[in-house]
Design a protein around this ligand. Structure first.
Ligand SMILES: [Zn+2]
Length: 303
């Protein structure tokens, strides 16, 4: 399987910006990490893909883009995170769902995500305040929800398609995504051309399944496309024991005391990758000391 990547291009005399990603390896890795059944896999894979495409706009390697989807459906919360290096990780509340739409016999992502909730996108660009946009979910099918997000939160008319095909053995057969955005003041002619392309377009996962690369899909859709950039995408969780030790200093100090006295240790599991980190009594005592410092500092700043 070829390396996952996102290719960025412009077309129609610079009036359209296109970003197409192949994410089959990424979604397969997510499936293995979280032991996902097909519909959960498709839902998580679509969010991971759309979020990775958004992160391809980040200029700084350490900047982050995080998407959180919760439509009060059985899937629970879906979270995807990517940094400026396009290292991606994510999780889904319930990975064990396998619902098919009775009419289409396709994986029923909208049903497990639900529509009674929101899509939240947070871009942390290393500035004082991260940028956060929140929109109501439209269909829970993810592609439409991101299109709505771009329209409402960023005022960019966008066409978004994300898709995951799953094999009978539950492994990921093909996954990818596409975002086509019109520049402000695009003419009626450009809008009509994009509309025609949309009507004739196959689902993005079909192109990937046919073995087309993102560049080839771009040139299939837009004959005059000009490729601007290409970036690799991979699954990577940057969690570490130090990271969780710091996180523990921020919880109530009574909770840390209970871990020491009652459990004589603690085990923390990373939600993103499932790695487990053990803390023994000695380590927890050090953390407790640091937690006291944190509390004192908080008290001082409050007074
Ligand atoms: Zn992790």
């Amino acid at each position: 399987m070829s390396q996952d990547k996102v290719v960025i291009a412009e077309a129609l005399n610079g009036n359209v910006r296109i970003r197409i990603a192949s994410t089959t390896n990424l979604v397969e890795k997510a499936r293995q990490v979280h032991d996902c059944f097909p519909t959960s896999c498709a839902a998580l894979g679509r969010v991971l893909t759309a979020n990775a495409i958004m992160a391809s706009e980040l200029k700084d390697e350490n900047a982050r883009c995080v998407s959180t989807v919760n439509g009060r459906g059985p899937a629970g919360t879906i979270v995807a995170q990517a940094n400026g290096k396009l290292e991606v990780r994510g999780f889904i509340g319930d990975p064990s769902l396998y619902y098919l739409n009775q009419e289409t016999q396709k994986l029923d992502v909208g049903r497990i995500v639900g529509t009674n909730g929101t899509l939240t996108v947070t871009k942390d660009l290393g500035l004082k305040e991260p940028f956060t946009g929140v929109v109501e979910l439209q269909s829970g099918e993810i592609g439409e929800d991101y299109a709505y997000y771009f329209a409402i939160s960023e005022q960019i008319p966008s066409l978004v398609s994300v898709g995951v095909l799953v094999n009978p053995d539950y492994s990921v057969r093909a996954a990818g995504g596409l975002v086509i955005q019109l520049l402000p003041n695009a003419s009626e002619e450009v809008i009509e051309k994009v509309e025609a392309i949309r009507k004739n377009m196959k689902p993005i996962s079909t192109y990937i399944d046919e073995g087309k690369t993102p560049e080839e899909i771009i040139h299939t859709l837009f004959q005059d496309a000009n490729v601007l950039d290409e970036r690799e995408i991979q699954w990577h969780c940057d969690c570490s024991k130090d990271h969780f030790a710091r996180a523990l200093t921020l919880i109530q100090k009574e909770e840390i005391e209970a871990m020491i006295e009652e459990d004589h240790g603690a085990e923390v599991t990373c939600q993103y990758c499932g790695n487990q980190y053990q803390f023994n009594e000695e380590e927890l005592k050090e953390i407790l000391e640091k937690a006291k410092h944190v509390e004192n500092r908080k008290r001082l700043t409050q007074e």
